[in-house]
Write a protein that binds this ligand. Sequence first.
Ligand code: NDP
Length: 334
Amino acid sequence: MRWAFIGASNIAGRWMVDAVRSVGDDVIAVVSGDPDRAKAFADAHHIGHALADESPLKGLGVDAVYISTTNEKHEASVLRAAACGFHVLCEKPLATRLESARRMVNACHVAGVTLGTNFHLRHNQVHQMMRDSVRNGALGQMVCVRVNHSVFLPHNLQGWRLKDKAAGGGVVLDIAVHNADSVAFILGEYPEEVTALTGNSGMGEGLEDTAMSIWRFPSGITVFTHQGFATPYGEKGIELLGTKAALKGISMLDQGSPGTVTLMSDQGNQLTEMPDVNLYNKVLENFHKALRGESTDMADGKAGLNSLAVALSILESAKSGQTVHVNYGHPQGQ
Ligand code: NDP
């Protein structure tokens, strides 16, 4: 399959060129708003076409596009790709507004092309084990989940994320969407209510760099999530607490770390080291499964929309001081 990359971004160069090639596909073009950056990216990654806009893509025999521009630009590129009949893998958050995400999902549906959202974390082995444990009842009745996802934003990423609201900056749109996708993947449901507080510790320039939230699910499960940019230390992970047992996943919210998981029950604690898996290669493998109509763990466009709805509810709740009923635009985020 022949891919065009829209966005000469850090994530594209660091992970996604190799991920596309890992499944035997080609990256034949890169599009950047800056021709010099397009050329530098194409040269660095041995890509044939360096383009300053998307219009030539149709004539190049492109099958799919990977979109990793800043978040406010995703919608226009997805709509253009759908109109050209290209399949789409789009970065998270899918958009900065729910109406945009709806238009993106609808456009791809109408065009009959696949839309994937690049949520890599659900392909981590701890996530998969947690989902299976919830499904098979190994933890008893699920009571609550705690998500610790406060990080230190690396210096090379301390640009638009800290100061550009229009681009979708702020820790909520950046990290809470991951948490929404991870928890929904594990529990098989999306929250109906969100209560949140956001804060600024001095790293964000007018935007929140820390946020804590509590979500209530239709099943009654409650979930606590902490997402932050300004904390170099502290444990990151997800804990599932059930009536019979608990699972504690540590260091499994990173791009490159497989993490560990500890099963806690009346039998004691049992720690398992997880195998190292390239999560972005898994995204591509699952994208291909979706194209073939096979069962897949791919986060589709609806998953991107739903996670955005949760993140926007966090921001709304923090602003209003009220608990917010999550508006997915369709019943219960399904
Ligand atoms: P970058 O800041 O690296 O790139 C975003 C855009 O900024 C690029 O498309 C590029 O525009 C422009 N840009 C890149 N480098 C420069 C530069 N040196 N000077 C000026 N402009 C520049 O973004 P990220 O890679 O951090 O994020 C891109 C997208 O990917 C976002 O949607 C983000 O949320 C998502 N993301 C997802 C991750 C995941 O694990 N799924 C991880 C990290 C990010 P142009 O294309 O016009 O050249």
